[in-house]
Design a protein around this ligand. Sequence first.
Ligand code: ARG
Length: 462
Amino acid sequence: NAGALWGGRFSSGPSPELAALSKSTHFDWRLAPYDLAGSRAHARVLHRAGLLTDAELDGLVAGLDRLSAQVASGEVVAAESDEDVHGALERLLLEEVGTDLGGRLRAGRSRNDQVATLFKAYLRDHARVVAGLLVDLVQALADQAERHLGAVMPGRTHLQHAQPVLLSHHLLAHAWPLVRDLDRLGDWDDRVAADSPYGAGALAGSSLGLDPQQVARELGFTDSTPNSIDGTAARDFVAELAFVTAMVGVDVSRLAEEVILWATKEFDFVRLHDGFSTGSSIMPQKKNPDIAELARGKAGRLVGNLTGLLATLKALPLAYNRDLQEDKEPVFDSVDTLEVLLPAFTGMVATLTFHTDRMAELAPQGFSLATDVAEWLVRQRVPFRVAHEVAGACVRRCEELGVDLDQLTDEQFQEISEHLTPGVRDVLTVQGSVGSRDSRGGTAQVRVTEQLAELRLRLDEQ
Ligand code: ARG
């Protein structure tokens, strides 16, 4: 079996049952360009260590270049008999440059250090793609916030009316977690970049005088792993990226849920763009928020990928174990999922129409200005405990009379408390309430404008 990576001590090839179970080319072939880049770098360190002549290096690199082109064009793919991407590419290289020359490349490396390195390189590229898509989403939220500066809405806690807030403030509250996810992706990349496992061999390092730091730099890493066992056995980088992608999914799902609510007849806060909503096969009137629902659903899948990975890693002894082959599909699925989900979600957000009149109408309802009454009393030197009681009594009176807070007469205010002079009316408007919350991070328009600038600055840094 020309393609097999072992054989010396075996009297037969793998059984078909083992081969079927063992096989990973159907999901790890996507690592092929990274494996070839690793092979080129490896050929160079072998050459530097005096283990390849100039001519041999040239021959190998030329062969790897040809193979790269064939892989890129789809001209070559893994064969049925190949176990994994590394074995497949070794077979193809032997076919390309001959077994004598091709057979020299495997010296000083193992699939264990190869796969750990390539996997990192692949995930680094895709983490960057995800980060770019996240920037687009944050941008869309910032643009919507900017477009609606000044528009108010009911702010909620426990899904009940709490205090009026600016729509922009609320939209930006969905943007900041995504900015933190961007930070997480950046932190993750810094850590991964400094830890290239190539050169760790199967687990113990190499006796051939190869320089892992040279390989690391050539593959875009800043340093090689300080511990060859850890380099081949660790998969926290996979779990961590799975966490960040799951967190993105969860963050997006919270906005998704609100969009779903906002698009109901009962809320009627938003209208979805035709291009970013779906109809019903039977009910002609339907317009469904499928993108938001899929986002909500896929968040579950992303969380599942993370927990599956952690379960695979739990109690796994050092160093490499074949269990680790199970690390790829979940996180590949996580990045694939976000790469499809985020553009659609961003399109939905960017094209949402907000019914600001409706939001403004609802903003003061549910006695959401009661806190303003209490805080106004505090500014008149009334202790907050008393102020809270008095404002609560106003709400009770309003409920009895079936009116809103600003509809209480001066006399009715006075009956409730001598402290409630007509001056309280100043804070009984939504605009007054919102404008008064002007501490840093507050919902007053001056602060939200500042916040928007701060957010845009953070985006520029990406
Ligand atoms: N395909 C394997 C993986 O993804 C790498 C091969 C290591 N196999 C081995 N028997 N040491 O983890």
